[in-house]
Design a protein around this ligand. Structure first.
Ligand SMILES: *Cc1c(COP(=O)(O)O)cnc(C)c1O
Ligand SMILES: [Zn+2]
Length: 448
């Protein structure tokens, strides 16, 4: 009898359910066009008996895979051989208990944690996904790759492409990308194509280009990327002494993270490695609130995978008729047609999730607080704390529940938003520089 593979790809649409080998690269189900998932034959994989067993890898971190904050959990994403695994030390991120910020926004001491994914090599959580997707790209022998990006995907792709010996082209919208991110794509040597349009336009073009030129696609449509992003949850649990928090709060753009987090918890529960699934709060910006509208106002649900496509199509038709283009200072979540919407609905159901939208003002104010009390973050990341404040006010999250907010990107990614907020007195926590003549007496006077 042929041995079962450890992992395979499977269409999420239950009426299709087509299965494919991981030796193939698709970004959509070739049979029905729906999203693909990575599934595991767990009986073929030597998974640990308890999550704390992963601690043993700290002792062997001179092994590059044990050093990686993604691959030290490799039994939970076992889709390719170690020889293909690409790693540049991603996932050395930290879970910061932040009582000062927590108490400021009304939480009990010891309850608020910030998972700072800005500490990744390219400065955002995207590296967790790229290490996995590039490993798969190597496994299938891809030579050239592409992505559409609001910025951080292009930075991460550019970094990992060179490390994997692949050529890469990144597609960005005109005028929408934060300068820190654009500078990375150029510095890391990506071919950068700036399209006259927004992210959703880029996303459409890159899929056509990848099909036409047979390039490896690295957007979060790529199911292998989400496997890497699951590890953000393992590290939060690790940071809590292998305990599961009550809530995970995450910004929602293309909804890759929220989808990956739900999948991580479903698998950990299935394996008996956790006994409770945390609740998930996904936070949009009000100027890019497709998920909020569809879930809260139009009652869109996972429904066992039989999703009412008409609700989605009607809404997208309305957006097109209005010539709608999303707008928020949180450029990383400025997306109106999130590619992982369906998987996200599954995560919302599994995690008893809630969805909210927060204004740019709430985002920039929260960002200033995260900067003041914590390690800072980029605007999109701050949507998580702004969303937490809203959910505390609504009494949906309680002050004594343990909450982990995912800070998705580094505070230096988008200095323009930060500098404008402070210098233009953009909000409650603006902290502009004080101008002084070049004179000691006057300087001292200004300081008193
Ligand atoms: C990509 C990105 C997001 C959006 O994440 P999704 O998984 O697409 O929802 C949020 N914040 C930052 C900093 C990002 O780079
Ligand atoms: Zn299918």
């Amino acid at each position: 009898m042929a041995e079962k593979p450890k992992a395979y790809q499977k269409c999420i649409n239950p009426d299709c359910g087509a299965e494919f080998s991981c030796a193939e690269a698709f970004f959509k189900c070739p049979k029905c066009g729906d999203l693909l998932d990575i599934q595991y034959n767990w009986d073929q994989i030597d998974t640990p008996k308890k999550l704390a067993d992963f601690s043993k890898r700290w002792a062997t971190k001179n092994n590059r895979l044990d050093f990686s904050g993604v691959w030290r959990f490799r039994e939970l994403l076992d889709f390719c051989g170690d020889n293909f695994k690409v790693s540049i030390g991603e996932g050395q991120t930290l879970l910061q208990q932040n009582d000062m910020l927590g108490e400021f926004i009304g939480m009990k001491a010891g309850k608020l944690y910030l998972q700072y994914e800005g500490l990744n090599p390219s400065g955002s959580f995207k590296d967790n996904g790229m290490t996995a997707a590039f490993s798969h790209a190597k496994m299938v022998g891809a030579k050239s790759c592409a992505c559409a990006s609001t910025g951080n995907t292009s930075a991460a792709v550019a970094l990992y492409a060179h490390h994997s010996g692949m050529k890469c082209t990144v597609f960005i919208g005109s005028g929408r990308i934060a300068f820190g991110k654009l500078s990375q794509a150029m510095d890391y040597g990506a071919n950068t194509i700036q399209i006259m349009g927004d992210f959703d336009d880029c996303m459409k073009q890159v899929q056509a280009v990848c099909t036409e030129l047979k390039l490896y696609l690295l957007n979060s449509l790529n199911p292998f990327r989400l496997e890497g992003q699951k590890t953000i949850m393992y590290r939060i649990i690790e940071g809590l002494g292998w305990n599961v928090p009550d809530w995970i709060v995450v910004p929602g753009g293309n909804l890759g993270n929220s989808s990956a987090f739900g999948k991580a918890f479903a698998e950990l529960k299935h394996l008996g490695l956790i006994n409770k699934i945390p609740r998930l709060a996904i936070i949009n910006a009000t100027g890019a609130d497709t998920l909020t509208e569809l879930v809260n106002n139009r009652n869109l649900k996972w429904n066992g995978g039989r999703i009412d496509n008409k609700i989605i199509n009607d809404f997208y038709t309305e957006l097109t008729a209005k010539n709608f283009s999303p707008h928020t200072c949180a450029s990383a979540i400025e997306i109106s047609r999130p590619v992982n919407l369906k998987k996200c609905l599954r995560a919302i159901e599994l995690c008893n999730g809630v969805v909210r939208a927060v204004s740019d003002q709430a985002i920039t104010d929260a960002k200033a607080l995260i900067g003041k009390y914590g390690l800072g973050c980029e605007p999109a990341s701050a949507a998580s704390v702004a969303g937490l404040e809203l959910l505390l006010a609504e009494k949906i999250i309680k002050p004594d529940e343990t909450v982990a907010c995912v800070l998705t990107g580094h505070c230096l990614k988008d200095p323009n938003v930060t500098v404008n907020y402070h210098k233009e007195k953009g909000g409650k926590f603006s902290n502009p520089p004080v101008e002084s003549p070049n004179d000691l007496e006057q300087i001292i006077k200004l300081m008193s």
